[in-house]
Design a protein around this ligand. Structure first.
Ligand code: 13P
Length: 253
């Protein structure tokens, strides 16, 4: 089966050139297990600096650059948007799509998210597709319906064959930035549901796809979460801005 373990840092609208310097220096000496992949997703203005530091410091090939959003359009008159071509020129390999903050604050629908996933894949970028339920949806037993409604439009748009190139990040909205991590058991149960949802369409693809957990992951709770059979790593927010803590999470997997 051998799915890669992925630790991805989502810096959100945080970080600066100093953090790029400190993080790349720390990552140049971090010890990673063979199957581990690390992805750093800073804001757009810092992609070039990270890419440059990556080259100068000769970072391990298992450390990649990602970003936090992409336009669904190829190019053209879309003020403020960033295209896949631009990202590729900066050696970006991954793109976070459909983060709950984009869904709730910027009204990104699952249809738009599906178009963005398609655009990314067509351009050769790997999408990190974020899905997750709100607190109210969990309390009213809507979790599975919500997750299915976020996954299905993407599968419909790109087809299940292409879907195997997608990394899924399950991020319960109530656990993001709240310090309220899902228990390892609850996270595992939900990851299992997600994998089963895909297995109902294609068993082999379901076995291969990496499903990351996100929501208040830190150096203390990561090991227990990552040791669950359907959790293949994490998408880390707050803790990814602290160099020591983040490198501990990278080494812990
Ligand atoms: P926190 O780790 O700060 O809860 O954020 C999670 C997240 O939203 C990562 O995308």
């Amino acid at each position: 089966m051998n799915r890669s373990l992925i630790v991805a840092a989502n810096w959100k609208m945080n970080g600066n050139l100093t953090l790029i310097k400190e993080m790349t220096t720390a990552l140049s000496v971090v010890s990673l297990s063979q199957d581990t992949r690390v992805i750093i997703c800073p804001s757009f203005p810092y992609l070039a600096a990270f890419s440059h530091a990556q080259e100068v410091k000769q970072l391990d090939a298992r450390i990649s650059l990602g970003c936090q959003n992409v336009s669904e359009h190829e190019n053209g008159a879309y003020t403020g948007e960033v295209s896949t071509d631009m990202l590729q020129e900066l050696n970006v390999d991954y793109v976070i799509i459909g983060h709950s903050e984009r869904r709730s604050l910027y009204k990104e629908t699952s249809t738009l998210v599906a178009h963005k996933v398609k655009r990314a894949l067509d351009a050769g970028l790997s999408p990190i597709l974020c899905i997750g339920e709100s607190e109210q949806e969990r309390e009213t037993q809507q979790t599975e319906v919500v997750l299915a409604s976020q996954l299905q439009p993407v599968i419909d748009e790109i087809g299940i064959e292409k879907f195997k190139e997608v990394v899924i990040a399950y991020e319960p909205v109530w656990a993001i930035g709240t310090g309220k991590t899902a228990s390892p058991e609850l996270a595992q149960e939900t990851h299992q549901y997600i994998r089963q949802f895909i297995a109902n369409i294609d068993q082999q693809i379901a076995e291969k796809i990496s499903i990351l957990y996100g929501g208040s992951v830190n150096a203390t709770n990561c090991q227990q979460l990552f040791s669950q059979s359907d959790i293949d790593g994490g998408l880390i927010g707050g803790a990814s801005l602290k160099v020591d803590e983040f490198t501990k999470i990278c080494s812990a997997v």
